[in-house]
Design a protein. Structure first.
Length: 479
């Protein structure tokens, strides 16, 4: 292949170039010092596992909108017995209410409209809305005592995904990718898939899988729904494979020259992204081709599995990504924000996700992947024991509740058939084994062999980490 630099025009050293380089001379020196400070962490021997990992990858099933723990995972018969009463003031204990709840004159306690039963050898109590998940009870580690700090959706899901309520911090997947790197040069180390949602549902912003001040190559790559998961994988008309390769080589050489002159580490990241994108032209079409999937496997995920962009299709795609050693796989499913008509809307949402999620666990196990994969199912916070709207007629919903909610995990690193934590009779306050959001994040990193206090990055004069200045590993849930 000819030297790509031969195709680059010479840059004349004229007055404009002289002024540009002279004016920026001192600034470049200062910038170089800052960049060197930021890049120290990249050469630090703290990167990589700090101790033998229990899991190689994480698959995070994020249920955007906050599912009701009272109706799915945390049975409260006392609520049914006290249906229609007011929540005792001693239980609320001065907790800040959202505007939606504070404006209600009456906040009647509302038990679940759905029955609970024990499942599996472990006897885990789950809602009738989750019949397929219930069959996987002996694989689940159900934590009923998670709590968070955010009271509204955007700060809540931002806190869940980045460890901060404020935008501008790297996502969990970016931290994992930064700390452990990639095991597959043909695909991104961090892939994002989105399903569900209707007009008016809570939006999802790209910063939830962004890299912020971490190297740009650590951010998540979103695969679109539809038959073409990534745009521009095909060469443009008239551009041969050989010419495309020469173009990528030329861009890489340009970036190399730019880095030699300015020392910008983002230039190197951009080069690696171009090169990976070139290799993805072959790997992605093979990834999404389901023609070799056995019929019984497809059927296990339910009828929507062959509709690209559905939760079922994304779960199957996540298994295929896990087979190809993608480090962090994030599935978002929108539409869990049920302030009204919860008795009719919640069953529909469960029908979209219950069977695929259960089939996904069984499929991972059947392929030997659950042994080194940690699966997480979580929303951004929980729901209140009292209702919004009129209790009569079943058109009520539940308000936001950060004080307690449920999260389940399964696979490498955590106990199976295990329930942890306990809430009061109203699923309002935690009475046993509280797990803060930063504790959950620290535990996930621990399963990957990462000490959350040692995975840091220096930016703007301070060391940042996913768990900020808090977090503890919840060792009681570890296998």
């Amino acid at each position: 292949m000819p030297n790509p630099i031969e195709f680059l025009p010479e840059t004349p050293f004229n007055r404009r170039t002289l002024l540009k380089r002279s004016a920026l001379g001192l600034g470049a020196v200062a910038l170089g010092g800052l960049l060197r400070e930021r890049s120290v962490r990249a050469a630090d021997d703290e990167l990589g596992p700090h101790f033998p990992p229990r899991a190689k990858r994480i698959i995070f099933l994020c249920q955007s909108g906050a599912p009701s723990q009272i109706d799915l995972f945390d049975p409260k018969p006392e609520l049914l017995r006290r249906q229609g009463e007011e929540l005792p003031e001693s239980v609320r204990d001065g907790q800040l209410l959202t505007t939606m709840t504070a404006e209600q004159r009456s906040k009647p306690l509302t038990g679940s409209a759905f029955a609970f039963a024990k499942h599996g050898n472990c006897g885990m109590e789950l809602s009738e809305l989750l019949p397929f998940t219930a069959r996987q009870a002996d694989r689940l580690c159900l934590v009923r005592s998670v709590h968070t700090e955010a009271i509204n959706h955007d700060p809540g899901i931002t806190f869940l995904q980045t460890g901060s309520e404020q935008p501008g911090r790297p996502s969990l997947g970016a931290w994992v990718t930064y700390g452990l790197g990639s095991e597959n040069e043909e695909l991104p180390a961090f892939v994002v898939l989105i399903s569900g949602g209707e007009p008016g549902d809570q939006p999802l912003f790209g910063r939830l899988w962004g890299s912020a001040f971490l190297p740009g190559e650590t951010q998540g790559v979103r695969f679109r729904g539809g038959r073409e998961p990534l745009l521009y994988l095909e060469n443009p008309s008239g551009l041969s494979e050989a010419n495309r390769g020469r173009m990528v080589s030329a861009i890489s050489r340009l970036n190399e020259l730019h880095f030699e002159e300015f020392g910008d580490t983002e230039t190197q990241a951009r080069t690696r992204q171009f090169e990976r994108a070139y290799r993805m032209q072959m790997s992605v079409p093979e990834l999404v081709d389901l023609t070799n999937e056995p019929r019984n496997v497809l059927d296990s995920y339910g009828p929507e599995v062959e509709q690209p962009g559905t939760f079922a299709a994304n779960c199957l795609l996540a298994r295929r990504l896990a087979e190809r050693d993608v480090r962090f796989i994030q599935l978002y499913h929108r539409g869990w924000d049920h302030h009204t008509e919860l008795p009719t809307r919640l069953p529909k949402k469960c029908a979209q996700t219950d069977r695929p999620a259960a089939a996904f666990l069984a499929d991972l196990a059947a392929n030997g992947l659950l042994e080194d994969t940690l699966v997480v199912w979580a929303g951004e916070f929980g729901r209140t024991a009292y209702c919004q709207g009129e209790l009569a007629g079943g058109r009520y919903g539940r308000d936001h509740h950060p004080r307690c909610f449920s999260v389940w995990m399964a696979g490498a690193g955590v106990k199976s058939g295990f329930c942890y934590g306990r809430t009061d009779d109203f699923s309002y306050n935690i009475v046993e084994n509280p797990v803060h959001m930063h504790d959950l994040q620290a535990t996930l990193l621990h399963c990957l062999g990462i000490d959350h206090e040692r995975l840091t990055f220096r930016s703007e004069g301070r060391d940042f980490r996913l768990t900020d200045v808090a977090g503890r590993v919840v060792r009681d849930v570890l296998a």
